[in-house]
Design a protein around this ligand. Structure first.
Ligand SMILES: [Zn+2]
Length: 555
């Protein structure tokens, strides 16, 4: 193999650099092309040798260990967490990583767990609904009980306030004492019109988290999202499984007092009846809501909700390790994967353990394999490399959000975040799915790394599902760190998404073949060590909503 990262490019180094500069990257020749005059830098031979440490045996052994029934579905603040942390700390130590948490490898993440009573009630327009079957509601306020009585129900379209699209779905209403009923996703998805929002690709305005945040800013009592499978990108069972039972949040100074009293979802047929009683047709109102001039419409009924909570405050933990770079140790390439999953549900018939083998034992296994490859690199890359197995992703990216708010190092010195959340498990694939290809100059590096494998990277087949906002790289993106994420669950109608995603059947099976996960981990290693061996700070695209935060951070 030829030495030097650009030497194989027939177009020549100068042409290549000018291409990259055009693409918004400031890649400079850092000396690797002339060997290692500074004594640092990674040769292709050394990298290949280290990369071969990432193999199917290790990937499988680690996935099986993390997805084992003994790990109890890896729910934060349970015995399953204790066992998972013990395993990860041992693996990090055995790999030779340096501790980068506050307590050795551990970074405590203060969480509050709020469990709504199974006796939670809601009536809309006098119709009493069945908790879990017809609706789910909760409160993010840290209180023993929340009760709203006769709160006026108002349809607020998509629940979006977006000045850049000339839209305010909350306009003209004093929201105190009212509950907003809103649609999921955004008008771009509904119309499929590329000129409307971001076309079929979901914007952050389409995410449920945004809907709750905006209703709170408007001072509404509550907000109920009408569930529909296509625009939500998942079925009602996912909504129910994710929202009934203990709910986690980061501890905040005001104990969630700035949130709406009630947040929740209702089934589509519940909404149809609600609208009918007001003499309205849901489909017609959905159509009306597409108009940027849409104004809120009273549903002429009220909501009454009662939720009693059990509250527990406790820390969960991120597990963070690193390897120090040889020349620019204060700059970091960071790899992330969430270790948590949904735990155990004693109410289920049959299998009660959410093993989360693909989601995300596989991603953590890949993180460990990549760390092992780096540890075998001698000399190390010029920059440092960090590895973070984060908690409470399934509860709203909480571990990574805490990490981003309380980083062990300055976020401006995080060069890029490479996240893994659901790896390939059906053998080698010539194409692999990465989130963030439309967001930053990391896309070009990923394409190059894939092409060195004779493979291709592709964007997610369902951009309308908003997956970029659904895993841990997003927490760091909010703070300006450019990122990519593997997400190999397939399209919204894939067998995995339909039958196993967030279900106890997401288990390791003997017919799994993790050679595709190995290829992807090697791709990430290849991309990451080259970045760690360079001076480049890959930039966000001009159009990215995350670019401003990076620029404000002086990058
Ligand atoms: Zn996941």
């Amino acid at each position: 193999m030829k030495p030097g990262k650009h030497a194989s490019n027939a177009g020549g180094l100068a042409a290549r650099i000018s291409l990259l500069v055009t693409a918004g990257l400031l890649l400079v020749a850092c000396g690797q092309d002339n060997g290692r005059s500074s004594g640092a830098g990674v040769s292709e031979e050394d990298a290949a040798r280290a990369m071969s440490r990432i193999d199917v045996d290790g990937m499988t052994r680690r996935t099986v260990a993390l997805a084992d029934d003994a790990m109890q579905g890896r729910a934060p603040m349970t015995d399953g967490e204790t066992r998972t942390l013990a395993y990860l700390e041992q693996e990090f130590a055995d790999t030779g990583l340096e501790p980068a948490g506050d307590q050795g490898f551990l970074q405590p993440v203060p969480l509050v767990e709020i469990t709504a009573s199974a006796a939670t009630t809601m009536a809309l327009g006098g119709e009493s609904l069945r908790y879990g079957d017809d609706f789910v509601v909760w409160t993010k306020r840290v209180v023993d009980e929340i009760s709203i009585k006769a709160s006026d129900l108002v349809f607020a379209g998509y629940g979006i306030i977006a000045p850049e699209y000339g839209r305010n779905d909350y306009a003209g209403v004093d929201w105190a004492g009212k509950t907003a009923v809103v649609l999921v996703n955004d008008p771009g998805f509904a119309t499929g019109d590329a000129e409307v929002f971001n076309g079929r690709a979901m914007t952050y305005y389409g995410r449920w988290t945004y809907k709750y945040e905006e209703a709170a800013r408007q001072g509404a009592d509550g907000v109920l999202i009408i569930h529909e499978t296509a625009p939500a990108a998942y079925g009602w069972d996912v909504v129910r499984n994710s929202n009934v039972g203990p709910q986690l949040d980061l501890v905040t100074e005001n104990d969630g007092a700035d949130r709406a009293a009630i947040e929740g979802w209702i089934q589509r047929d519940v909404a149809e009846r609600l609208f009918q009683r007001a003499g309205l047709d849901l489909d017609a109102m959905k159509q009306a809501a597409l108009d940027a001039e849409f104004l809120p419409v009273s549903l002429e009924q009220t909501a009454s909700v009662d939720v009693q909570n059990t509250i527990r405050k406790q820390a969960s933990y991120n597990v963070i390790g690193m390897l120090t770079g040889s020349e620019r140790p204060d700059e970091y390439v960071i790899y992330t994967a969430h270790w948590d999953h949904l735990g155990v549900d004693p109410a289920l018939e049959g299998d009660q353990i959410y093993n989360g083998a693909a989601d995300n034992a596989s991603g953590v296994a890949a993180l460990l394999e990549i760390a092992e490859a780096y540890a075998a690199l001698e000399p190390p890359p010029r920059r440092s490399v960090m590895f973070a197995a984060v908690t409470a992703e399934e509860s709203g990216l909480l571990g990574s959000l805490y990490f981003a708010r309380n980083p062990p190092v300055l976020t401006r010195n995080l060069v890029a975040v490479l996240n893994m959340d659901i790896m390939l498990h059906n053998g080698s694939e010539a194409q692999t799915t990465l989130l963030g290809l439309d967001q930053s100059a990391l896309a070009e590096l990923a394409r190059e790394a894939a092409s060195r494998q004779g493979r291709e990277v592709r964007p997610h087949p369902s951009p309308e599902s908003g997956y970029f906002y659904r895993s841990d790289h997003f927490s760091l993106a909010k703070f300006g760190v450019p990122g990519l994420s593997f997400l190999n669950a397939g399209p919204a109608d894939s067998v995995y998404v339909r039958e196993h995603y967030h279900k106890p059947s997401d288990e390791y099976r003997d017919d799994w073949d993790l050679s595709g996960a190995v290829q992807d981990a090697q791709l990430y290693f290849d991309l990451g060590y080259r970045l760690a061996d360079s001076d480049a700070f890959p930039a966000w695209r001009e159009t990215s909503e995350f670019r401003a935060a990076r620029v404000a951070d002086g990058r």
